[in-house]
Design a protein around this ligand. Structure first.
Ligand SMILES: Nc1ncnc2c1ncn2[C@@H]1O[C@H](COP(=O)(O)OP(=O)(O)O)[C@@H](O)[C@H]1O
Ligand SMILES: Nc1ccn([C@@H]2O[C@H](COP(=O)(O)OP(=O)(O)O)[C@@H](O)[C@H]2O)c(=O)n1
Ligand SMILES: [Mg+2]
Length: 191
């Protein structure tokens, strides 16, 4: 059984930043759904390149069959890890249902780390992220925030109802956010 922590929050809330620090210090392997999709988009011979780019530009969500298979393959490739940080997934109902179908019974879902941050701060961070992403522009960001509000936040609420959400305010400096995140992991892994 793989230990899994889902990491969710608006675009620019700091998911990737915090996950890479946890990976360095706590032995979890960081799997970013967005990074895996961007790599698949670039892969020579991929039949999904154009479809993925369309979704990324429009801030809409790629069908789960594609994303979940990329995640499962990456998990199999690192099967000795203490656990996995699944960053940016599940982002809508399709993601959640597809994950249950494909991964249910194979994983131990520890909790959902919810990085909360006001949308205007998040947008500003994305606009200054400097990674040359095709979706870090005002037009795409508007759509991504809309997708987050309409599709992703309701998923976080579903997890909240079953007591799985650990919320950390990520509007603060990275070191402060990370200190609180470490406490969340310590509590979860003590049990
Ligand atoms: N707590 C923070 N305070 C200020 N800037 C941050 C913080 N966390 C992340 N950033 C910066 O904001 C941008 C988006 O962070 P990132 O980790 O890529 O977020 P996400 O994966 O949630 O979109 C990056 O440029 C990152 O360096
Ligand atoms: N589960 C996911 C995650 C990302 N994506 C796509 O990838 C884009 C970028 O996701 P990301 O997680 O890298 O973005 P950030 O929240 O890190 O800014 C999303 O806007 C979606 O178009 C997806 O379709 N399904
Ligand atoms: Mg990210």
């Amino acid at each position: 059984m793989y230990n899994v922590v889902f990491v969710l929050g608006p675009p620019g809330s700091g998911k990737g930043t915090i996950c890479s620090k946890i990976q360095q210090n706590l032995g979890y392997v960081h799997l970013s759904a967005g990074d895996l999709l961007r790599a698949e988009r670039e892969r020579a011979g991929s039949q999904f390149g154009a479809l993925i780019e369309n979704h990324i530009k429009n801030g809409s969500i790629v069908p789960v069959e594609i994303t979940c298979s990329l995640l499962e393959n990456a998990m199999i490739a690192s099967k000795d890890a203490n656990g996995f940080l699944i960053d940016g997934f599940p982002r809508n109902e399709d993601n959640l249902e597809g994950w249950k179908k494909q991964m249910g019974g194979k994983v131990n879902e520890q909790f959902v780390l919810f990085l909360s941050c006001p949308v205007d701060v998040c947008i500003d961070r994305c606009l200054h992220r400097g990674q040359g992403r095709t979706d870090d522009n005002v037009e795409s960001l508007k759509k991504r925030v809309e997708t987050y509000n309409q599709q992703t936040f309701p998923i976080i609420e579903l997890f909240e109802k079953v007591g799985m959400v650990r919320e950390v305010n990520s509007e603060r400096p990275v070191t402060e956010v990370y200190d609180d995140v470490v406490k969340v992991f310590a509590t979860a892994n003590q049990k």
